[in-house]
Write a protein that binds this ligand. Structure first.
Ligand code: FAD
Length: 334
């Protein structure tokens, strides 16, 4: 059993910053995430994308922000359980909670902070017959390590930001790159769409509009994608990798069963401190919902600060936290 003051579900940017705000108030944190690494959507979906709306950073790559958050919270020695999904939260007679993961790891916490973002998100998969045969053997639903595609034949499918951004990035690395999109225009940012069209004009990208990948061939590992256009013309494209980027379907997962008030797949909270309807359980970041909510990283950071002040009272028998500036003595004095 892990004992802590706050158990934070979700190691996205907001869960990580909650460790900092809690640390300033001398609360110990244990963070749990179903993903094998910290960073939430930033590390999982768009690690190499630049972010422009983090105060104090004119521009920062998503993974760089995560790395900096990890540095910022290190002095507070948070502990982590990664690669495990929190399945259960049970309130104890003394008001504390015991959380349990799908692997049976248990955490005893005086308060719980749900920073679960979109929930346990899963990629939307194309409807192809033998898809599971090639999962991990040529099919990737997310680009985790772009370098692995160096010198390879890659087929990307999709027409949103993710597909466009990765095609622009991968064009420099791959031996042969194909983008398959079932529409005739892209949903992603116009600037990215222009860059993709230019790559196609320069011969650095095989662009297949009005087309879909309709079958996969190989012998244990992926060898080729069968691409069919709207006129029914079929083409076989040699492929080491097929990367369908059709977005993620957010699945609230076990959070839906925790008797919390929900509104459109998000947890409704009190805007004073982001408390849920269950005393001692807070929800911050993309997972919560309130009038005027903006699903932005900076909103989650603000919510983490207010949550920590309130959670302090829960953890310390009703005692009120006093606000101190970090500029006075640095963080070590907190
Ligand atoms: C392509 C893209 C670009 C974006 N660009 C910007 C931008 O420029 N600026 C901006 O402010 N925002 C941007 N966003 C939004 C931003 O990423 C989110 O607002 C932010 O990630 C929310 O952080 P979070 O910590 O609340 O949740 P997340 O980052 O979603 O992290 C939540 C974590 O909780 C985990 N989790 C959920 N349920 C469980 C469970 N039961 N057990 C264990 N773990 C669980 C998940 O695995 C996940 O790691 C962008 C989003 C996308 C998709």
């Amino acid at each position: 059993m892990i004992y802590t003051d706050l158990c934070i579900i979700g190691a996205g940017p907001v869960g990580l910053f909650a460790v900092f705000e809690a640390g300033l108030l001398k609360m110990r944190c244990h963070v749990m995430d179903v993903l094998p690494q910290i960073g939430g959507q930033l590390s999982e979906i768009y690690p190499k994308k630049p972010i422009y709306d983090i105060p104090g950073y004119p521009v920062v790559l998503a993974q760089e922000l995560v790395d900096n958050l990890a540095k910022q919270i290190a002095p507070f020695n948070p502990t982590f359980t990664l690669g495990e999904r929190v399945e259960k939260i049970e309130r104890q007679e003394d008001g504390a909670f015991i959380l349990e993961t799908n692997e049976g790891t248990q955490c005893h916490a005086k308060a719980v902070v749900i920073a679960g973002g979109l929930g346990c998100f899963e990629p939307r998969k194309p409807a192809l017959e033998n898809l599971d045969t090639y999962e991990g053997k040529g099919i990737d639903y997310m680009v985790r390590n772009p370098e692995k595609y160096t010198g390879k034949k890659v087929v990307v499918a999709g027409g949103g930001d993710s597909a466009l951004d990765w095609v622009i990035y991968l064009a420099e690395l791959t031996e042969e790159l194909t983008l398959v999109h079932r529409g005739s225009s892209f949903r992603g940012a116009p600037d990215s769409a222009d860059k993709v069209m230019k790559l196609a004009e320069e011969g650095k990208l095989n662009l297949k509009l009005n087309s879909e990948v309709t079958a996969l061939n190989g012998n244990g590992v992926l060898k080729e994608c069968l691409i069919t256009n709207k006129e029914g013309k079929i083409e076989l494209v040699a492929s080491d990798y097929f990367i369908p980027l059709f977005g993620l379907s957010p699945k609230l997962g076990p959070i839906a069963d925790w008797k919390l008030n929900l509104d459109r797949n998000a947890i409704t909270v009190n805007v004073e401190d982001y408390a849920t309807n269950v005393e001692g359980v807070y929800a911050i970041g993309d997972i919560n919902q309130y009038p005027g909510k903006l699903k932005l990283i900076l909103s989650g950071f603000h919510e983490a600060a207010l949550m920590a002040q309130s959670a302090y009272r829960v953890v310390n028998g009703g005692k009120k936290a006093s606000l101190k500036y970090t500029t006075v003595n640095g963080i070590q004095s907190f």
